[in-house]
Design a protein around this ligand. Sequence first.
Ligand code: SF4
Length: 340
Amino acid sequence: MLDPAVIAATLAELGQPAYRARQVYEALTRGLVTDFDAVTTLPLALRRALRARLSPLSLTERETRVAPDGTARKTLFATADGHPVEAVLMQVAGRATVCVSTQVGCAVGCPFCASGRLGLRRGLTAEEIVDPVLHFARLLREEGRHVTNVVLMGMGEPFHNYEQALRACRLLNDPAGFRLAARSISVSTAGVVPGIDRFAAEPLQLNLAVSLHAATDALRDRLVPLNRTYPLEALFAACERYVGRTRRKLLFEYVVLRGVNDTAEETAALARRLRRPLYHLNLIAYNETGGEFSSPRPEEVEALRRRLEGAGVSVTVRRSPGGDIEAACGQLALRSDAVA
Ligand code: SF4
């Protein structure tokens, strides 16, 4: 993906009229071309000049694994400077959702998350965040399908790379380009309070999700170390401001760690926090990544759902496809060393 401003500046340098920039940008974002030679509406000399100056792809595909049931496809890419970037295409219930990363590694360091164990290497550019979406859009096009949703929920904390994450959302939504509805794009934060306030003021109608994972400070300090900076009181005050300002639904993600955050005490605290209009909770069964935590059985997750629903919480169990290929939540970056 190339930023339209970069395309326009390059074509202006080449003495080309403005409509050429639109042609090139449309060919990349709607025609999904990966090589200027394929833009046959351009004169041959111009295609060559563009090729010498710009590269439409910021990432190189390295390895792809597909879940046996076909619901998930995980691709490992490499940035131009050799960093691993992973993205997943999930096809469930008629949707084709791409989960993208916003950073290489993550500074938050949640102990159940494979990305957290990498530490932070660097933030991704908006182009690097968006490129996997175009990659999967090309694949889906071969089957006559298209990307229906994008979630910024892969490796990294989007609000630790706010400018680029939001620029990526604007590129995906651009009516002159990829044209994905803002309501089909979700950004997931571990609870960066200033980021939530800033996001609430964004003009685009994007969705927000909060990775909660615990409802008491003692446990959340351990599971999501960012909680020591922004404890639950501050986080929920920001959530209230967000809902008050946007009137949009706010999603909470909760990875269920067996015997850790599904206890009676945590469940009661969770119900007290989330029994509010416009709040919705997604329970996700943890997929074991070889660490200290273990997965709950499906019937245990269902029992937890029923307890929370009975306590007045709007709650669903989200199936996390792709466990077989380590493409489920908290499992990106497990094999990122494969790029090196
Ligand atoms: S769960 Fe999210 S915030 Fe926590 S370490 Fe993993 S990527 Fe970072």
